[in-house]
Design a protein around this ligand. Structure first.
Ligand SMILES: Cc1ncc(COP(=O)(O)O)c(C=O)c1O
Length: 394
């Protein structure tokens, strides 16, 4: 990265891959037509969008182009899947009470949409997770009711990095004929996702977590072999874009960027770069353990996304230390919830005390992290351990 920052916050947002920028530029400079316009320039723009749709399809092993709906990002995709599905169901069954299940450690865009469901006569359960922050299938089973219509569980947790047992959750959803949504924002583009192997009804993803631009994402909506669809009521109306599910002029450069990012993730990051990244991450953890012998990894030790560490440093208060080392870009809680000023709901759900929350850090590396970045970061961490250092007692 070109600044003096030591950027270790890839789970909050990734830099855009230069090849993605190259693909986007012509759509900012020359090919500026509205893809819905009925002239040659418009058709060309739509053709480029069709290619990007295929690239996103390939990343997920989706079956049909119409299964991919472009959105402004994962927060919107989560809302569209959860609320849009319930509103569509409500139209057919206006008086029925429905039940929906999610977990206590989901992203706020899922949790708050679930809160909103209560306004539409939906009973909602926020189920607890295990000590790694993972959903337990048996706990889900215990919460099922005859009127359960929807479950939403993230593929990977944005704070802890733990992966959920999506294959088992998919089996449970199919067995009980319940719609399954997953917020795959932190998993997509980092680990293989094959929706033919693990069928999911709705999946949310975002470009800026996989080396694409901010402000663009997608919602996958499954069509089964009879091409019947999971019904969705649009949340944004006024145009026929995106198969009548999401109105608004398509964000051509953003979508082209997302498509290219998906292709690079599929060709390079998932099969190759992610392995090197995990090695680099393990090495950083090893070096930190040497500096801080009581260091503890939070989240699952192996079932986790590559490059992601969530660590507790007993006795260290990061709220006091980090302002003194502001060139180090790491997170004390997820970037989205840190705006709200409340401690992490994920760590609270795991039973962390205030002290434990203040002593925890999310350090996330990515494919542009250099050994030099890590050397500089370790020097900063090392300063904290020196009792004679003037800043040792913040
Ligand atoms: C798990 C998860 N879901 C949803 C989001 C929101 O994504 P977006 O910024 O694309 O709205 C994030 C972003 O931090 C995330 O980590």
């Amino acid at each position: 990265m070109s600044t003096n920052n030591i950027y270790l916050d890839y789970s909050a947002s990734t830099p855009v891959d230069p090849r993605v920028i190259e693909k986007m530029l012509p759509f900012l400079r020359e090919h500026i037509a509205n893809p819905s316009s009925q002239h040659r320039a418009g058709w060309n723009a739509m053709h480029a969008i069709d290619q990007a749709r295929k690239q996103v399809m390939a990343l997920l092993n989706a079956s049909l182009p119409k299964e991919i709906i472009f959105t402004s990002g994962a927060s919107e995709s989560n809302s569209l899947a959860i609320l849009g599905f319930i509103l569509a169901l409500r139209k057919i069954n206006p008086n029925q009470t429905f039940h929906a299940i999610t977990s206590q450690v989901e992203h706020k865009s899922v949790l708050e949409t679930f809160e909103q469901l209560k306004e539409f006569n939906v009973d909602v359960d926020f189920i607890p997770v295990n000590s790694f922050g993972q959903v337990d299938v048996k706990t889900v089973e215990k919460h099922l009711r005859p009127n359960t219509v929807l479950m939403s569980f993230m593929w990977a947790n944005n704070e802890l990095g733990s992966l959920n047992p999506m294959a088992a959750l998919s089996e449970l959803a199919i067995k009980n004929k319940i719609c399954l949504h997953t917020d795959a924002t932190q998993a997509c583009g980092k680990i293989p996702i094959d929706l033919q192997n693990i069928p999911i009804d709705f999946l949310s993803l975002s470009a800026h977590k996989m080396y694409g631009p901010k402000g663009v994402g997608a919602l996958y909506r499954r069509f089964d072999q009879h091409h019947s669809k999971m019904n969705l009521s649009p949340l944004i109306r006024g145009g026929g874009q995106e198969y009548n599910v999401r109105a608004g002029t398509l964000n051509t450069p953003g979508i082209i960027g997302l498509g290219e990012a998906a292709k690079i993730a599929q060709d390079e990051f998932i099969p190759k770069d992610s392995l090197l990244l995990q090695e680099q991450t393990n090495n950083l953890k090893y070096q930190l353990e040497k500096l801080f012998p009581t260091l503890k990894l939070n989240g699952h030790p192996t079932e986790r996304i590559p490059g992601h560490l969530h660590l507790s440093f007993p006795g260290i208060r990061w709220d006091q230390w980090l302002p003194r080392m502001s060139e180090l870009c790491v997170s004390t809680t997820s970037a989205c919830s840190s705006d709200s000023g409340q401690g992490s709901h994920v760590l609270r759900a795991l039973g962390f005390s205030d002290n434990e929350i203040h002593s925890s850090l999310r350090i996330s590396l990515g494919k542009f992290t250099t050994d030099e970045d890590l050397r500089k970061a370790l020097l900063l961490f090392e300063k904290i351990t020196r009792p004679q250092h003037p800043q040792a007692k913040p």
